[in-house]
Design a protein around this ligand. Sequence first.
Ligand SMILES: CC(C)(COP(=O)(O)OP(=O)(O)OC[C@H]1O[C@@H](n2cnc3c(N)ncnc32)[C@H](O)[C@@H]1OP(=O)(O)O)[C@@H](O)C(=O)NCCC(=O)NCCS
Length: 154
Amino acid sequence: MWLRPLRPEDRTMIQQAHDGADPTDLENRFFNASFSMTEERLDYLTVLDFVERLAIVCETADGYPIGLARYGLRDDGNVEIAVVVQPEWRSRGVASLVLQDVVDAAVDNGHTTVVGECLATNLGACALMARLGFTQTAASDGVVAFSKTFDTEC
Ligand SMILES: CC(C)(COP(=O)(O)OP(=O)(O)OC[C@H]1O[C@@H](n2cnc3c(N)ncnc32)[C@H](O)[C@@H]1OP(=O)(O)O)[C@@H](O)C(=O)NCCC(=O)NCCS
């Protein structure tokens, strides 16, 4: 498997992945089991400047996308990460690999605080964040917040 930047041409892939997604996965990823994909959301998810918003795809050697992680700059100046892996490719380290690459890119781009949110019921994602060195900062309304701060001057 290998990693590459997400491109605007991946629009159809994102749409198809959304169309085939299990409601539980939509709820875990978007906190909304009936999250619908609009043209505006596809624009937001695929047209990236790779400084304030960036996404990395994990593909098999024959070009099949199996995982995707991204970050986006929030109004508070922190970047927020998110990740999703195709169900048949889970528990093999794909999320750990692609999410760490996104965190590294965020730090390389000068972002000092990386944050993430998971549903409290999403134990796998919460464990993943802890494994990547994130600290739990808050928990309310069934959502757990994680954060990791980097010294970009080192
Ligand atoms: C949460 C999610 C991203 C995890 O993806 P994943 O690829 O299975 O994650 P990883 O493989 O990196 O880690 C999961 C497990 O695999 C194990 N693992 C890591 N590397 C491994 C490897 N090389 N070989 C075998 N297992 C490995 C980890 O120890 C971990 O174990 P755990 O099940 O006890 O936690 C995935 O379940 C998903 O897409 N869920 C829906 C969307 C979502 O919840 N996103 C998070 C909120 S944005």
